[in-house]
Ligand binder design. Structure first.
Ligand code: FBP
Length: 553
């Protein structure tokens, strides 16, 4: 962007706070390693796939002499992979500053447009002039992002040629679970091929599903939920002022409902559906509609013909009958990609698919509004995932709720007025100015990645822990990528993947929500958290998410 706002001018000057340990000279930071590690599942199969890189120990950086530190100048490459998340630029700034701290002659190359930039050798050198324009800004526009997966033998070979040709000592892959799975495969391939390029991953995704014992949260989640909570809080206030609409708000987040749960904890809407619970309770679509109608009727009886409902983007994938449908569609679409690509209209594509689907699923698909069934067969992403951001579940719910309420009116069991408005808060949450939390966290992740590289590690995720404390007390280290993996079905095949973290129904964040939700349904206890604050009192500028607070304390 050529023109910049007053806020951006101020944010460019913000100095992210590093954990104390990373402020020390690199030669005085020692990597402390633990025991050999296993995996999240399917250990034997993973040992076979990752013959050279499986089982590495967890690393924690502590004070002490770093005997293996590489002091020579290095060339590092960086790539942004997948969906945007606030803080991506700061990861790159952290990498740049750490490289220069270790050796002024080190250089940073940015691959353009995501992993395809590595395959095609498209890159630009990131110099101080460029870096300084992007400090603490949102977006991924410094080098762009993309969803290409490095998958075929030819793509691996081309990647190898790029790193050799450009003498790249290390590659930092900033991505979600799928991109970091790719990082692990690339690290293994380089070791096997005797290519001396190390690979380090960075946990990115607004979805919050790249977390486990080792990774407390992915970057971008904090900023995205604060933006969605601001917007939702505003709607709650509007609802309370006008008292005439039901707002159905779909929130981004792909499969897991972490974003919806967090926004619910921050804003207290009347209903927040949690996909994982729907699945656990084996709720059908009509069960969900009944659940919503029950709240609408109760509120109408209390004279309240208004309310706010949060719908997670991935809800549809958790409704058992739809899960089955999507699983079948994924397999059919993967196996018949060529044939389907030749068919133009959605109607004809559906007819083709009906010849391959079991009858119960054909009936389910036919029972859906035309738009929704067409959205279900849109092209999958390169990792084989259904593109849930394009499925307008909130509209489907409104239509079905309307129908049900009409019936209830006829039967005399509902006497209220129902007028609904749909929203989708998605892309608007991904590129905001990173919150102070995300600005600090991402800068530390990038800085720490360089320390892992200079200490000789490959196939690791850069990890910063103890995130509910002030940044000075954060703990820096690395987690072996294979430790987080298991085998899952993708594009009709069994593949190694980093296990996604879904909402834990026994976890503290969900329990906290369960305790208050019956009250929220009837009473109006809305909270309006307001916009992200970048300057001001610590309790608002350094606020961490409710999810992190509950999970860590
Ligand atoms: P990542 O998992 O790559 O971080 O992407 C997250 C996300 O924003 C999801 O919440 C959303 O479903 C998806 O990307 C949208 O994808 P696209 O940007 O390709 O439309």
């Amino acid at each position: 962007m050529t023109e910049i706002s007053e806020l951006q001018k101020l944010r460019l000057k913000y100095k992210p706070e590093l954990p104390l340990i990373l402020r020390t000279a690199f030669s005085s930071i020692k990597p402390k390693t633990g025991n050999k590690t296993g995996s999240a599942g399917d250990e034997e199969k993973l040992k076979e796939i990752f013959k050279n890189t499986f089982g590495k120990p967890v690393v924690t950086f502590t004070k002490g002499k770093n005997k293996s530190l590489n002091r020579k100048p290095i060339i590092a490459g960086v790539v942004l992979s997948g969906g945007q998340a606030a803080g991506g630029h700061n990861v790159i700034c952290g990498i740049f500053d750490a490289l220069k701290k270790a050796n002024k002659k080190s250089r940073l190359l940015g691959f353009l447009g995501g992993p395809s930039g590595i395959i095609e050798g498209k890159m630009k050198e990131l110099t101080k002039d460029i870096i300084d324009k992007y400090r603490n800004t949102g977006g991924f526009d410094i080098i762009g992002s993309g969803r290409t997966k490095i998958e075929t033998d030819e793509q691996f070979q081309k990647t190898k040629e790029t790193v050799i040709k450009n003498k790249i000592d290390a590659l930092v892959i900033i991505g979600g679970d799928d991109s970091n799975t790719n990082a692990a495969l690339l690290a293994e391939y380089f070791v096997k091929e005797k290519v001396n390029t190390q690979v380090i991953g960075i946990p990115k995704t607004i979805d919050g599903d790249l977390k486990n014992e080792e990774i407390e949260t992915s970057f971008g989640f904090d900023t995205a939920v604060k933006i969605y909570a601001e917007l939702t809080g505003n709607i709650c206030r509007d609802v309370l002022s006008a008292k005439k609409y039901w707002h159905f708000i779909r929130l981004m987040g792909r499969s897991a409902s972490h974003i919806t749960l967090e926004v619910a904890l921050q804003t207290h809407p009347n209903i927040a559906l949690i996909g994982e619970e729907v699945f656990e309770n084996k709720w059908t679509l009509s069960n969900i509609v009944d659940f919503i109608c029950d709240a609408i009727v109760k509120r109408a009886d209390a004279g309240k013909n208004y309310g706010v409902i949060l719908v997670p983007e991935g809800l549809i994938e958790f409704i058992p009958e739809f899960k089955e449908l999507i699983k079948n569609l994924n397999e059919i679409m993967a196996k018949n990609e060529k044939d389907l690509n030749q068919i133009e209209s959605a109607k004809d594509k559906k007819e083709f698919i009906y010849t391959k689907l079991p009858e119960n699923l054909i009936n389910l698909m036919k029972s859906l509004p035309d738009e929704i069934s067409s959205q279900l067969i849109l092209d999958r992403d390169p990792h084989g995932n259904v593109v849930v951001s394009q499925i307008e579940t909130e509209k489907l719910l409104i239509e079905m709720v309307q129908k049900k309420l009409k019936e209830m009116k006829k039967q005399g069991t509902y006497k209220g007025k129902f007028s609904a408005i749909s929203h989708f808060f998605g892309y608007e949450g991904r590129c905001g100015f990173p919150s102070n939390f995300d600005a600090n966290y991402t800068y530390a992740l990038g800085f720490n990645a360089v320390l892992l590289i200079l200490s000789g590690f490959t196939s690791y995720m850069s990890t910063i822990k103890n995130l509910t404390a002030l940044p000075s007390k954060w703990i820096a280290g690395g987690t072996p990528l294979t430790m987080m993996m298991n085998i899952e079905r993708r594009k009709g095949e069994d593949k190694p993947v980093i296990r996604k973290a879904l909402v834990d129904l026994k976890g503290k964040p969900f329990k906290a929500f369960s305790k208050i939700r019956d009250k929220l349904k009837i009473e109006d206890n809305y909270i309006s958290p307001g916009p992200i604050q970048y300057f001001g009192p610590s309790e608002i500028v350094n606020k961490v998410t409710e999810t992190l607070k509950y999970e860590k304390n």
